[in-house]
Ligand binder design. Structure first.
Ligand code: FRU
Length: 491
């Protein structure tokens, strides 16, 4: 049942008696609670925020509406981890409801300064006519996780030329100055990113737009993130309003990047090659990266999308975050690989191995089945027209990954994955891939799969909602033969 506006914009302390307990009860009975992904205790999770390292822990916050599965009053919820894979729920970090974040503490980032973690976020407010007024706000967190908000916003105005869609500050330190990118919409309703500079995180100077070769690319760019990687400049953002084109841009909203020469911080010129999607799957949005103490660039994204309904909505919770991925540049592309720490989740360190040759057939293998696991599989194509893996399968359900050797495409099909999802955006995702050997590395959880193809050349991130007894894994090769070598680790 949809909530009214008044219900959506309640804070957690305004919940009805028993409301949270009811959600918790529904959630406890939900078959799709994740095993090793960050998910909300109740209600809805969306963007990762404030991904950082501080006082010996990785800190990862997320957008959270505690009281339901629609987008309502947003909090920052705080989790932390020593190793990027075992996460501990800390609780609420930023509570909305002050004059400058009366209708939500929206997305933002974190940077350490003077021994505190500074959280820079968008305060979302609505006036009596429901017109949005965004403010960029600052809060500081100490070692005890006590968060203190600055009373005044640090960027109180939207500069002329931009609409009220002005949010998601991502801050970084360069030399002795802080820089910040913000997602914006121009008054002509096209999306872009703007740049600010500050010496102290409290006083910010508007420098202007990042000058890209995309003057008209969608109507809003959400969650920008700028970084330098292997001597190149990378601008990640989530544009809205891009039309599907062939296999690309199939989701309701996109997430991708511009790769180029390092951004010129004085002129704001950014010379780059065309926009590329980060992920090929159904559920990936608003990624955020951090720079780890050992020099890695690590990305986490929301495994979901705005404006869609999901089967867990009826169970009082929605969405999760992806596993952390290490980024690198190879040629003209960003490569994503699961962080090495993921191996710490392997319960049977040795793993279970299988080798088989298939010729026009589909087979199961002893001990290859499950709900939460990592599966690595190398497929050597020896004339097969189609070869791949069915997983979370039963007599009636399956999710299918296959390489189509005729079209040279890798495909993920969730048309028979289980509980129905909105089919408005299709049931198959695919991308071109030229290879004789296909390496698949899958991270399967109760209601998701993250598939890394050929060492992170392509990634497919998707929610799936199979029943608990759909646990089979089947290997297949049709129209010819293929060799399979597979390893599986239970999580
Ligand atoms: C992206 C987004 C951000 C915003 C936040 C609100 O999913 O719309 O632009 O800050 O979510 O929850």
């Amino acid at each position: 049942m949809k909530m009214t506006r008044a219900q959506l914009y309640r804070r957690i302390d305004q919940a009805e008696p028993g409301e949270l307990a009811k959600l918790e009860k529904q959630i406890a009975a939900c078959p799709w609670r994740q095993g090793y992904h960050i998910q909300p205790v109740t209600g809805l999770l969306n963007d990762p925020n404030g991904f950082s390292y501080y006082e010996g822990y990785y800190h990862l916050f997320y957008q959270w509406f505690p009281l339901g599965t629609e987008h309502g009053m947003k909090y920052w919820y705080h989790t932390r981890s020593r190793n990027l894979v075992h996460w501990e729920n800390i609780g609420i970090a930023i509570e909305p409801g002050s004059p400058y974040d009366s209708h939500g503490a929206y997305s933002g980032s974190a940077v350490e300064k003077d021994g505190r973690l500074n959280l820079i976020y968008t305060g979302n407010t609505r006036d009596e006519n429901w017109i949005r007024h965004p403010y960029q706000c600052l809060a500081v967190m100490d070692e005890q996780h006590v968060v203190t908000k600055y009373e005044q916003p640090v960027i109180p105005e939207v500069p002329p030329g931009y609409t009220e869609h002005f949010r998601d500050p991502k801050v970084w330190l360069h030399g002795d100055a802080y820089y910040c990118v913000i997602g914006a919409q121009r008054t002509n309703e096209t999306g872009c990113t703007v740049l600010y500079r500050s010496a102290d995180l409290k006083h910010w100077q508007f420098l202007g737009e990042i000058i890209t070769a995309l003057p008209s690319f969608g109507y809003m760019w959400e969650c920008p993130d700028y970084m330098e990687l292997d001597g190149l400049g990378v601008l990640i953002f989530s544009p809205q309003g891009i039309q599907a084109a062939g296999d690309q841009f199939q989701n309701i909203y996109q997430s991708g990047y511009l790769l180029g020469e390092p951004l010129n911080l004085e002129t704001r010129a950014f010379n780059h090659i065309p926009f590329q999607e980060l992920d090929r799957g159904f559920d990936f949005y608003a990624p955020q990266t951090m720079h780890s103490p050992d020099g890695r660039r690590i990305l986490v994204a929301w495994m979901g999308l705005p404006d869609l309904v999901y089967p867990t909505d009826d169970s009082g919770w929605a969405h999760c975050l992806t596993i952390p991925r290490e980024l690198s540049v190879q040629g003209n592309k960003l490569i994503q690989r699961p962080v090495a720490e993921m191996e710490q989740l392997r319960r049977d360190k040795q793993g279970i191995e299988a080798k088989l040759t298939l010729n026009d057939e589909c087979k199961t293998v002893v001990n290859f089945h499950g709900i939460t696991y990592e599966l690595e599989c190398e497929i050597n194509l020896k004339g097969a027209e189609h070869a791949g893996i069915e997983f979370r399968a039963s007599a009636t359900e399956k999710t299918v990954i296959q390489y189509d050797c005729l079209q040279h495409k890798l495909k993920l099909d969730r048309s028979q994955s289980g509980a129905a999802l909105s089919e408005a955006n299709g049931t198959i995702r695919q991308c071109a891939l030229e290879a004789d050997v296909i390496k698949l590395r899958m991270f399967v959880d109760s209601s998701s799969v993250e598939l890394f193809v050929n060492d992170g050349q392509e990634v497919f991130t998707s929610r799936i909602f199979p029943s608990r007894d759909s646990i089979a894994i089947r290997f297949f090769a049709y129209g010819g033969s293929a060799d399979f070598t597979a390893m599986k680790w239970n999580y």
